[in-house]
Design a protein around this ligand. Structure first.
Ligand code: ADP
Ligand code: MG
Length: 252
């Protein structure tokens, strides 16, 4: 019952925390290659939904289906191995390694994982992985800092590094969790430009975001949550003008 171009289907998900209905009747379809934003006021259920998708929380009922595979019941690392990656919540970098080594590490893990599955598949050499890592660093604007200790980077640069570490894994679905939270306006704009640049790569993205400027710069489609329910969904222009959305945001 999932249309062919839909890569992620959150099917009738409910999540209760004791008496609190944090997610109710959530049916969300994310199309392949698109950037799908999930917005809503504080407490709307955005983080809960993201945690259900990546397997950190089990839904009370309903299921999450990714590319024909039911994710519900799988562990976060199993879901990650299926090609679902998440960035920007806590920067998980190796502070004592160089910037370049940080980007190469997940590529080695990906290669070794693929090797275990099919020993006869040709695998990338270390030199190839290094070249690929340098290309990723170039994309995120960090190639000039490749030999720096990752721990010495600024906060904004750590986020760029984390994005490069994620992209080199070639995820099919990338979940961005408030990518500009706590950033200055300058860093926010740099991040928007970076995300626009990687947008054309065909990778499907879900962006959880509070900042409307970021959302309207990047999203192909927007789902609005409020009080654990989907209150509006559609193209950015339509959602922007929806009175229910304005009411939810302006404290209606
Ligand atoms: P958002 O990310 O949109 O701000 P959340 O998903 O964090 O919203 O929270 C939705 C609701 O669920 C809030 O009322 C929040 O207090 C509640 N909630 C979130 N996580 C838990 C939890 N682990 N236990 C109990 N209540 C929770
Ligand atoms: Mg949240």
């Amino acid at each position: 019952k999932t249309p062919e171009n839909v890569v992620l289907h959150v099917a009738d998900v409910h999540k209760r925390f004791g008496g609190l209905h944090a997610l109710a009747d959530i049916d969300l379809q994310v199309e392949e290659g698109k950037t799908h934003a999930i917005i809503g006021p504080n407490g709307a259920g955005k983080s809960t939904l993201l945690n259900v998708i990546i397997g950190r929380l089990a839904p009370t009922s309903g299921a999450v289906v990714f590319d024909g595979t039911i994710l519900t019941g799988k562990k976060p690392h199993e879901i990650n191995q299926l090609g679902v990656a998440r960035v920007f919540q806590t920067p998980e970098i190796f502070a004592d390694l160089s910037v370049l080594q940080n980007v190469m590490t997940p590529a080695f893990a990906r290669r070794d994982g693929a090797f275990r599955i099919n020993m006869f598949r040709s695998v990338e050499s270390e030199a190839e992985i290094r070249d690929e890592a340098l290309a990723m660093l170039d994309d995120v604007g960090l190639v000039g800092r490749r030999e720096a200790h990752a721990g010495a980077l600024s906060r904004g640069d750590k986020r760029r590094l984390e994005l490069a570490m994620c992209l080199i894994q070639k995820p099919r679905l990338l979940l961005l969790d408030e990518p500009t939270a706590g950033m200055s306006r300058h860093d926010t704009n740099t991040t928007i430009e970076l995300l626009k640049k990687i947008k054309s790569r065909g990778m499907t993205k879900i962006i959880i975001e509070h900042d409307m400027h970021v959302v309207f710069s990047l999203a192909d489609k927007i789902t609005v949550l409020a009080g654990g329910r989907i209150i509006a969904e559609g193209l950015p222009e339509a959602v922007r003008g929806d009175p229910r959305v304005q009411e939810a945001y302006l404290g209606g």
